[in-house]
Design a protein around this ligand. Structure first.
Ligand code: GDP
Ligand code: IMO
Ligand code: MG
Length: 430
């Protein structure tokens, strides 16, 4: 029995979806515990690509149960579309294998409008959000005026909650953000229909997961975004609105910390970032362009070009501590093939001093110059390699340096987007 957490160590898009889909084979249950459809998790099976925004990345395995925990903010329209799309492609999705927490908060049309309206108003000071209403929905949750699935399935309660907040939202949208106002009755009609559709999936996720724990099932907890997008520990305010780190597994799914057996940090072999915010190792040259193109670094949610740069090991060390990582999964290593010389940032130069800890001050981080270690690259094709020892010597050297610096063992190495393009050094679920 093992309950394993998968978290991103950088700024998201590390390849969490691929690793969750891969490891799902050895688990019984896959649980999303935070974020919403700002996430875009890609799975590639037999050459076919699936992108999941809300449904856990274990869904392609027919006999596994996927759960959306209370820590997730759910746009019911997007969830229904996602279910329908999967069904159209022959994937079974029903109340037997997809369950949603009755206390998960719902993204309402005004959350999306506020997200867009605020970004527009900020102009060139915008955050670069995904525009999915994530921040405004979490705000209402914390302000104790959110709407949850348990409300949505009770028309009287839903009507009352909606109307208790509508006037305020309408005024804010029209008078402050200069956006279109809201039509209560059409929202009511639209959302009650979503509630009816999703009703069979809605349950008490905490009870379901705890029962599975007692039955000694294997559970995978799937994080979204990445450690440095965490609302507390990330590069605030250029972050998302939830705790993305492993500590939030418990709050976001309703289990105790004593039940977690391992935490795998997903590390892209280089660094990317979508949206705005500081990025010390960002590349603005041909190598950056090569990585962006070879890695097909476009957002899986918004299609935006991802900013690319060298691997930042200072960030990784920070992520290792905040999450309490027990293992690493290095992804997209194949993208670095053919680059003559590789660089890993192992410290920053700030003014005239050397910094070895990731700074919390954005002002400091913005002025940090990366201090690099240089390693020789490799030119051999590595996508078909199945054993660590069969990798080129310089590839092994690159991996060894990461492991040595972060002081956490590498358990998985991903050398291509497909499920089978993976080297499993040590299966965390064994
Ligand atoms: P996530 O948000 O962490 O799940 O990551 P995304 O799905 O947004 O982005 C990762 C992208 O890299 C997807 O297009 C994956 O199919 C792809 N990918 C994952 N692992 C590998 C790998 O080892 N090599 C290559 N070339 N692509 C990969
Ligand atoms: P996955 O799970 C990469 C970024 C946005 C923006 C910031 C805030 O696929 O790794 P938000 O809409 O959350 O308020 O946007 O966070 N962001 C992501 N970047 N991967 C993600 O998810 C992201 N989810 C949010 O680009 O900079
Ligand atoms: Mg993604």
């Amino acid at each position: 029995m093992a309950n394993i957490v998968i978290v991103g160590t950088q700024w998201g898009d590390e390849g969490k979806g691929k690793i969750v889909d891969l490891l799902a084979e050895w688990t019984d249950m896959i649980v999303r515990f935070q974020g919403g459809n700002n996430a875009g998790h890609t799975m590639v099976v037999n050459g076919e690509q699936f992108i999941s925004h809300l449904i856990p990345s274990g869904i392609l395995h027919k006999d596994k149960i996927c759960l959306i925990g209370n820590g997730v903010v759910v746009d019911p329209k997007v969830l229904i579309e996602e279910i329908e799309n999967l069904k159209r492609r022959g994937v079974y999705v029903g109340p037997q294998n997809l369950l949603i927490s009755e206390i998960a908060h719902i993204i309402m049309p005004y959350h999306r409008s506020i997200d867009h309206g605020r970004e527009k108003m900020r102009g060139n000071r915008k955050l670069g959000t995904t525009g999915r209403g994530i921040g405004p929905c979490y705000e209402d949750k914390v302000a104790r005026r959110g709407i949850r699935f348990i409300d949505l399935v009770d028309p009287d309660v839903f009507r009352e909650k909606l109307y208790s907040i509508l006037e305020e939202k309408d005024l804010y949208l029209k008078d402050f953000l200069h956006c279109e106002g809201l039509d209560g009755e059409s929202i009511l009609e639209e959302y009650l229909a979503y509630g009816e559709k999703l009703k069979p999936h809605i349950t008490n996720v905490s009870i379901t997961v705890n029962k599975a724990i007692r039955e000694k099932k294997n559970i995978l907890f799937e994080g979204a975004q990445g450690t440095h997008l965490d609302i507390d520990h990330g590069t605030y305010p250029f972050v998302t609105s939830s705790n993305t780190v492993a500590g939030n597994v418990c709050c976001g799914s309703g289990i105790g910390p004593t039940y977690i057996d391992g935490i795998i940090g997903i590390v892209k072999a280089y660094t990317t970032r979508v949206g705005r915010g500081p990025f010390p190792t960002e590349l603005f040259d041909d190598i950056g362009d090569t990585i962006q193109q070879r890695g097909a670094e476009f957002g899986a949610t918004t299609g935006r070009k991802r900013r690319c740069g060298w691997l930042d090991a200072v960030m990784l060390k920070n992520a290792s501590q905040i999450n309490g990582l027990t293992g690493l999964a290095i992804t997209k290593l194949d993208v670095l093939t053919g680059i003559d010389t590789l660089k890993i940032c192992t410290a920053y130069r700030y003014k005239n001093s050397k910094i070895t800890d990731f700074p919390n001050s954005l002002k400091v981080l913005q002025d940090c110059e990366p201090i690099y270690e240089t390693l020789p690259g490799w030119s051999e094709e590595i996508r078909f390699v199945k054993q660590l020892e069969d990798l080129p010597e310089n590839t092994k050297r690159y991996l060894r340096r990461i492991e040595e610096f972060v002081e956490i063992p590498i358990q998985i190495v991903s050398v291509g987007p497909q499920r089978n393009e993976t080297i499993i050094v040590k299966n965390p679920l064994d």
